[in-house]
Design a protein around this ligand. Structure first.
Ligand SMILES: Nc1ncnc2c1ncn2[C@@H]1O[C@H](COP(=O)(O)OP(=O)(O)OP(=O)(O)O)[C@@H](O)[C@H]1O
Ligand SMILES: [Mg+2]
Length: 274
C-alpha cells in the first residue's frame, strides 16, 4: 500500500517499493544492496505511451486535512508536455507540496482527474503506480529524505539500483553528476555529515540520475546560495533538453521561477498563469 503522505524516509522507500533493514554497523563504499535495502516489489515496466502530453491535471481538488467541507485548493488544471519546465509559486500553506505529492500519487486527491502519458492514474493498482513512480518519476522533497544508512554516493544511486538499470558505468555517472553539483568531494560522506545545501544537492542528483520522464521538484533551491541554485536550475533545464524530462517545480523564488517556460500561481481556486 502506498503511504498517504510522504512524511518520512520510510514512506519514501515504501513509495518506491522498497524498505530498509538497519545495518548495525553501516559501511562506507558501494557495499549496500541486498544487505540493507529490500526491493519489495519485483522489477517490471509500465508501458508509457510516447505522447507529447506527459501530465494532465483536470479539476484536481483537495480538502483541508481533517476538515469535511473546506478546500485547500479546487479545480487545478494543468498540462505538462515532455521537455517542458513549469514553475508553481504560491503562499506558504496554500498546498504546493500537497499538490506535488498528489501528482506523485503519494497523497489522495478529493476530486478531479490525473493522467500520466494519457493513462488515468486512478485506473492503476498500487503496484503499477509504484513501478511507474520508481522508473518514470524523480522526486526532490522539500525535506530531502536522504537515507541516513547510505553514503551520499549510495543515496544518489538508489533509484538507479531499484530500477535494476545496468551497473556498468554507474560510479562514473554518479561522480560526473556530483562533480557538476559541486559535491564530488562528499560522495563517501553520510547524510548527517552534510550541510543543508549539500543535502539538497544530493536530493537533486538522486531525483535526476535515472533520467525520469517527470521530475517533481519541491523547493529545489530553498537551501542554496545563488551560485549553487543556478547550478541546480541549469541541471533541471539540461534534463529537459538532454533526456526530454518534464519538470514541475514549486518554489518561493522568483529567480528560480524565471527559469521555467511557464509560471503559475497556486490559489484556493486553482492555478493562475502568470
Ligand atoms: N499530513 C497532514 N496533516 C494535516 N495537515 C496537513 C498535512 N500535510 C499538510 N497539511 C496542511 O495542509 C496545508 C498545505 O500544506 P503544504 O505543505 O502543501 O503547503 P505549501 O504550500 O507547500 O507550504 P510551504 O510553502 O510552506 O512549503 C497546510 O496548512 C498544512 O498544515
Ligand atoms: Mg511546501
Amino acid at each position: 500500500m502506498c503511504p498517504l503522505r510522504c512524511k518520512s524516509l520510510h514512506d519514501f522507500l515504501q513509495a518506491l517499493g522498497a524498505s530498509i533493514r538497519l545495518l548495525s554497523k553501516p559501511r562506507r563504499g558501494w557495499q549496500w544492496g541486498p544487505k540493507s535495502i529490500n526491493v519489495n516489489l519485483c522489477f517490471g515496466k509500465i508501458p508509457v505511451a510516447d505522447v507529447a502530453e506527459l501530465l494532465t491535471l483536470e479539476g484536481v481538488s483537495k480538502r483541508v486535512p481533517d476538515a469535511v467541507d473546506r478546500w485547500l485548493f479546487e479545480e487545478v488544471a494543468l498540462r505538462l508536455d515532455r521537455g517542458e519546465f513549469v514553475a508553481i509559486l504560491g503562499e506558504s500553506g496554500v498546498g504546493k507540496s500537497t499538490l506535488m505529492h498528489i501528482v506523485a500519487g503519494l497523497d489522495r486527491k478529493d476530486g478531479g482527474r490525473l493522467c500520466f502519458a494519457g493513462q488515468d492514474l486512478d485506473d492503476l493498482d498500487d503496484d503499477a503506480r509504484t513501478l511507474l513512480r520508481r522508473r518514470q518519476m524523480g522526486f526532490i522533497f522539500q525535506a530531502f529524505h536522504l537515507i541516513p544508512q547510505l553514503t551520499v554516493a549510495e543515496n544518489i544511486a538508489l533509484p538507479w539500483r531499484l530500477n535494476a538499470l545496468p551497473r556498468k558505468g554507474l560510479p562514473e555517472r554518479v561522480r560526473k553528476l556530483a562533480r557538476f553539483l559541486g559535491i564530488e568531494h562528499r560522495l563517501e560522506a553520510w547524510p548527517r555529515e552534510l550541510s543543508g545545501g549539500e543535502m539538497q544537492r544530493v536530493a537533486v542528483a538522486r531525483a535526476t540520475l535515472h533520467d525520469p520522464a517527470l521530475i517533481l521538484a519541491d523547493e529545489p533551491t530553498g537551501s542554496l546560495d545563488p551560485d549553487s541554485a543556478a547550478q541546480v536550475l541549469d541541471l533541471l533545464r539540461d534534463a529537459g533538453l538532454r533526456a526530454g524530462s518534464a519538470i514541475l517545480m514549486v518554489t518561493h523564488s522568483e529567480v528560480a521561477a524565471a527559469c521555467a517556460h511557464r509560471r503559475f500561481l497556486l490559489e484556493r481556486r486553482g492555478l493562475r498563469q502568470l
